[in-house]
Design a binder for this molecule. Structure first.
Ligand SMILES: [Zn+2]
Length: 258
């Protein structure tokens, strides 16, 4: 058989499992475990696309009572393993880690902060240039819990992308909880966006949700067994397997008045 029919057959088989051709999806977050916010969606897209998670900080200050691990290098090592475990369970590529300190070194003063901020911008721009993603997902202004690192990473990702003209294929999405979703976890005091501002609704299957639970269970240093069970139990009890995003869009039309 010549190569033509074989290639055609592969194309048909490939498209049969997925309505869209394979795309490159880059999710940019602050801490190892932030990707759990959209884990079922990452698992879903990981089946037929190249999905990458970029984590800006090394999570060295993520100390918890139940784990009893001191802040610093030993915690960083464990959190790196947990992040790698999470990406494996979600069926996506190995994580991209910039390894910057939590809070971008701001406790050391503004000099340290601006220096790490410059590294974040440079490294993020390099990853975007190299990967050429079709889709970039990050935190919007509500930023999950509103942690300053979450907000910073969302804003800096937007800033880096806005510095250049975008290739025609590129889209930027902000992840947000709805009020109903945030209310599932009152103890976390999650932020939310009104549903009228969320223009992208992505559903996922039970199997993707199960993969997300496996990923969540990687984070033993961050959550006790009891917390993990409660978290997963509440997600299981939620029949709506949907996450919401807002596409960042600018008008092409130049206006001369507000
Ligand atoms: Zn976080």
């Amino acid at each position: 058989m010549s190569k033509g029919p074989v290639l055609f057959l592969f194309l048909i088989l490939g498209l049969a499992g997925n309505a869209q051709p394979s795309r490159i999806i880059l999710a940019v977050f602050a801490h190892p475990d932030d990707e759990t916010t959209i884990a079922p969606v990452l698992a879903k897209y990981g089946e037929y696309n190249q999905v990458y998670v970029l984590i800006a900080t090394d999570g060295r200050f993520g100390v918890t009572d139940h784990a009893g691990i001191d802040a610093g290098d030993s915690l960083v090592k464990i959190r790196n393993q947990e992040l790698a475990c999470s990406c494996r369970k979600l069926g996506i590529n190995k994580p991209i880690q910039l390894g910057l300190p939590d809070q971008l070194g701001s406790p050391e003063g503004m000099g340290a902060y601006f220096s790490h901020l410059a590294t974040l911008k440079k490294e993020l721009a390099k990853v975007i240039t190299d990967l050429k993603p079709d889709v970039v997902v990050t935190f919007g202004p509500d930023a999950d819990s509103g942690h300053p690192d979450h907000r910073l990473v969302g804003i800096v990702t937007t800033e880096v992308l806005l510095k250049d003209k975008w290739p025609a294929n590129l889209s930027l999405y902000y992840f947000s909880w709805t009020k109903q979703q945030a209310d599932k976890f009152p103890e976390w005091n999650l932020n939310y966006t009104h549903q009228t501002h969320l223009n992208t609704k992505i559903s996922f299957l039970e199997k993707h949700e199960e993969m997300s639970y496996e990923a969540i269970r990687c984070y033993q240093s961050q959550y006790s067994e009891e917390e993990l069970d409660r978290w997963i139990g509440r997600e299981r009890a939620d029949p709506l397997n949907v996450l919401y995003f807002r596409e960042f869009a600018t008008s092409k039309e130049i206006r001369e008045d507000f």
